[in-house]
Design a protein around this ligand. Structure first.
Ligand code: NAP
Length: 219
């Protein structure tokens, strides 16, 4: 199985490509936006494709054509304004979903944020207004995906850290708010790619006591 990682040069994305390249059955195709980012992935034996997510949907579609699954783990990040939040976390996510449909690629895994409910939008408007556009973007991107026929999985990780992976998580429809190392999120994504029982499911995930594979199997 070949998997396109959208946001491969990101912190979760790099862990994910490393993990995928260590498997026998999955190959990563890393979507990046700068040529100088390619060496990291070429050293891992992964294919790369150059696409700026602010570009035309057809460019994303061309990158998706020869893969079996898509993982969206791109994001505008905390250092840009609401303009980039709309362009990447919402519009690029939706473009990649539509491009997957157009290319006939059915499997799609979305790295969402912890809580993307309408209630969370209202909470953000009251308690942390600058965070609200991000929650709005993630809310509507998730909703767009749910309304498609794609075999989707929506992962809602807690606060991401760069702590060392523990390989142990708590995953369920709802869990208590907590942190999770980015490397463990990458392991969760890989476990979803390897387990078709996660199709059409969504779950929150934070650090916990269950080995990742077991936690994903028990969803
Ligand atoms: P990250 O390190 O910021 O990586 C984001 C990636 O998106 C980067 O590789 C970046 O490319 C890419 N990107 C941004 N704009 C692009 C564009 N126009 N064209 C192509 N690529 C573009 O993110 P992360 O920490 O790995 O997080 C992964 C996901 O988890 C994100 O979707 C984030 O929203 C979500 N999340 C975050 C938290 C949290 O606590 N921070 C919690 C839950 C979920 P460059 O490398 O070229 O900049």
């Amino acid at each position: 199985m070949k998997v396109l990682i959208i946001g491969a040069n990101g912190q979760v994305g790099k862990h994910l490509v490393e993990k995928i390249q260590k498997t026998d059955s999955i190959q990563a195709k890393a979507m990046i936006r700068k040529t100088e980012q390619a060496a990291f992935f070429e050293d891992l034996g992964a294919e790369t494709v150059l696409v700026d997510l602010e570009g035309e949907i057809e460019e994303i579609e061309a990158a998706i054509k020869d893969v079996d699954a898509v993982v969206f783990t791109a994001g505008s990040g905390p250092h840009t304004g609401p303009d980039k939040t709309m362009l990447i976390d919402l519009d690029a996510a939706v473009k990649s979903i539509e491009a997957s449909k157009n290319a006939g690629v059915e499997r799609y895994i979305m790295v969402s944020s912890f809580d993307t409910t309408r209630e969370e939008i209202q909470n953000a408007i009251t308690d942390a207004p600058s965070f609200a556009p991000y929650v709005v973007a993630k809310h509507y991107a998730d909703d767009w995906l749910r309304k498609t026929d794609l075999k989707h999985t929506i992962i809602h990780p807690g606060l991401l850290t760069n702590d060392q992976a523990t390989g142990k998580v708590e995953a369920a429809e709802t869990v208590g708010r907590n942190e999770i190392p980015r490397e463990d999120v990458a392991e969760v994504i890989l476990a979803c790619l390897e387990n078709d029982a996660t199709i059409n499911k969504e779950f929150q995930v934070v650090s916990g006591e269950q080995p990742v594979k077991q936690a994903i199997e028990s969803l």
